[in-house]
Design a protein around this ligand. Sequence first.
Ligand code: UD2
Length: 310
Amino acid sequence: MTKVLITGGAGFIGSFLAHKLVKLGRDVTIVDNLSMGRKENIDDIDVTFYQHDVCDHQFMHELLTKREFDYIYYLAAVSSVADSVERPLETHEVNQESVVDTLEYIRKQNLPIKRFLFTSSAAVYGNLPDFPKQEDSHVQPLTPYAIDKYASERFTIDYGNLYGLPTTAVRFFNVYGPRQNPDSPYSGVLSIITKCLKENKPFTLYGDGSQTRDFVYVDDVVNALMTISKQSNEPKVYNVANGGETPLIDVIHTYEKISGKQIKIKFAESRNGDINKSKADISRLKEIGFEPHWSLEDGLKNYWDYYAKK
Ligand code: UD2
């Protein structure tokens, strides 16, 4: 049976990936310290779960040797940019050192992996004018989070180029869907809007709502990861996005229609460093056979239905 490790597998994206892989009959192991993830995200699937920190190198080494995974999806991270600005050294240990340590251990021990996939972020592109963002557009990592994501992504690719490890990295754009944790002010904006709609609470809109994002539904993200990990090509980076661009205010109005509810908007100053326009060029992903299946409207419908049913 194919053995898969998902670090961060109890989190929002990781748990969707775990559900899909279990459905496909894979033997799935999850390492997650539950700092952002939740155990209930994976309670209903048959996985081996370790509540553990990926920074515990000894633990990770023993696990990697014992299980000899075929596929490793590296999603464990401190995903809050604000947190990385507050605690650059601690977040660096998770967002970069743990990744390099894992790659190095695989190299030194000659572990027989089929694919190591690291999840990076559109944050690496920063605020430069290149548009839409292509994988070889200029980068401008502006925060410790973005610096670590970029460096880990480069290490991942380099371990492929220098030592022949089968590696890949992806850059996530604005992923949304059920189970995204809305509890931090820096959580995905759609998880916050969903919570406000559900609880009839006002939503604080930073800026005038004209800022655009490339929103991609979590189901499409999982399909993109599956498509990418099947490739046996040289180490590459892929944008994972929908390839569309929607102003935030339009998203809010669409969601209001779908939910049949009106949201009370409190306008506030734009956030420091907020990006005005974001959109991915996903031709590289399309070249290997991926097509996004979820329009923003369908994704939002599914998202809302998930809560309506609960
Ligand atoms: C995303 C990533 C972030 C980093 C960044 C790089 C998420 C959740 N965040 O930030 O980690 O990679 O891209 O570019 O994927 N907003 C509001 N009200 C709120 C919350 C947000 O108006 O309560 C606005 C926010 O100011 C921004 C937009 O909504 O203009 C999207 O915010 P976000 O935090 O979901 O995502 P983003 O693209 O800023």
